[in-house]
Design a protein around this ligand. Sequence first.
Ligand SMILES: [Zn+2]
Length: 366
Amino acid sequence: MEGQQRLAASKVLVVGAGGLGSPALLYLAAAGVGTLGVVDADVVETSNLQRQVIHGDADVGRLKTESAAEAVARVNPHVTVVRHDVRLDSSNALEILRDYDVVLDGTDNFPTRYLVGDACVLLGKPHVWGSIYRFDGQVSVWWAEHGPCYRCVFPDPPPPGAVPSCAEGGVLGVLCAAVGSVQVAETVKLLLGIGEPLVGRLLVHDALRMSWDALTVRKDPACPVCGESPTVTGLIDYPQFCGLPVAARDQSEAFDVPLIGASALATELASDAPPLVVDVRGPDERSIASIGGSVAIHLDEFRDGSAFEHDELASTGRRIVLHCKVGARSAEATRLALAAGYTDVSSLDGGVLAWVHDVDPTQPEY
Ligand SMILES: [Zn+2]
């Protein structure tokens, strides 16, 4: 009775009503957590449904917070849901997080992850973090007062594009339940003050081996946000923090990426001087949807320079259009091509998804 009353008086903020947020919200509601905040500015898309089980097919096009709030009410009408239909950023994060006892982080991008991590340190909140990609998951509880924070263990963001999002790289849907349910277990333990929280331990899950390994992680005395002499004492510009490293920026960031729309590309392809279309994705993605006549040269080959030795690129006098799924990887490849001396190169705006949407709806989206 005492524990249940404590849960009813508790407030948990779930950041992201996506893959991890879906099981988290449903189980926290079922457990009787009295107030659930949910932050998300996105709408439900069909491609979300293989993993974001709090939303259904009929919810496509609706705000995720609205769909999630209804699902929570179906499970437990006594829960107060506070909807934050905004993109969390440095201007609003402290104000939003301040009211909650625990922050359950189900974000899918590095700028928001560092933002949530730093905000939790600054506010002294436990940060129940989970991350999933393809067949792998990671979970921990970052809590600067009792152990490491996110930055102690992951001080530097990966280069942009180096780690594709779940939307780009894919994820086994049920992995969200495996990792999200661990996050809920940790949250309930923290709210009740029972057991040993995952502070100072990083759980690493490999669904293909079906293994869970616990790594010991330690506080970094030199951590810029929770260390002995912190240099980050307020929220910073996280998109910039997670931007290109300086060395890479010197080489290629100087180039603006010329873009071409899918319909304009279709027109150019039908003309007397069609451009060479280069697909920088891998074969798995290419097998789902592709642009007829395109050649496949992977982004990695642009990164190591070998792309420019391919016959198609080495000898072409043609205009070149690079594409990926949505445009991020091809933008990087376009910058690299410009840096390598190519002058007539563009990136397909919106990637093959824009092509499927605007030009060839017979192919599937993914
Ligand atoms: Zn730290």
